[in-house]
Design a binder for this molecule. Sequence first.
Ligand code: PGA
Length: 246
Amino acid sequence: MYIVGNWKMNTLPAESVDLAGSIIELTDGLAANILIAPPLTSTAAVLECCKNTEVKVGAQNVHWEDSGAYTGEVSARMLQQLGVQFVIVGHSERRQFFGETLQSAADRAHAAIKSNLQAIFCIGETEAERNQGKTNQILNDQLEPLANCLSSINSKNFMLAYEPVWAIGTGKSASIDDIHQAHDFIKTWFKDRKAFVPSVLYGGSVKPENFGEISALDNVDGALIGGASLKAESFSEIAKIGSGAS
Ligand code: PGA
């Protein structure tokens, strides 16, 4: 199981170090893979703190070019030199607020894959799309631009996160049936293309109270956690559940 914390635009460097320190302590020895994505300004400090531990540190965005006139962006090479091991790509907040398109999200994932950074590629439908019965179509539209890099993906450089937009930060997680069906659709999409079938994480209001049932699904390989990852206690509780230790 992969338990991934997306800290979004939260925590100053000193707070990040405190949070990472508590996470290291509380998740020590657990079977689950623990990954945290602090804001970029805290990355160096958190990397230092996670040195010689099992906790992996990632970023929340990556550009598709190695360098150039792209004010405000960061390249895969820059992240790699920093020591980052994974990067969240195509999060719905990037798609919703920062003009991320179907193609640019896939280009960012491709750049990460080429640099051996593990891309965690996020997809998911809005509430209106679900209500109109368009969930599979939307997931397909978001996956399709990956078609030209499918032959380069493997377990080390790629994971998927299914995150229904209406479940993010709302306290309202998707139903167990909806999660199972969406994960099945995603895994089948890769199988049908004879591609490597990636781990699929669920994201959207994951908390200790609901992760037992979610993690029991045979096609859920972990969680991408926002709000509950900002408290070491709730994050480590989820990690314990994901390790079968709670
Ligand atoms: P949430 O966020 O856990 O606060 O719903 C999940 C995410 O945005 O990855």
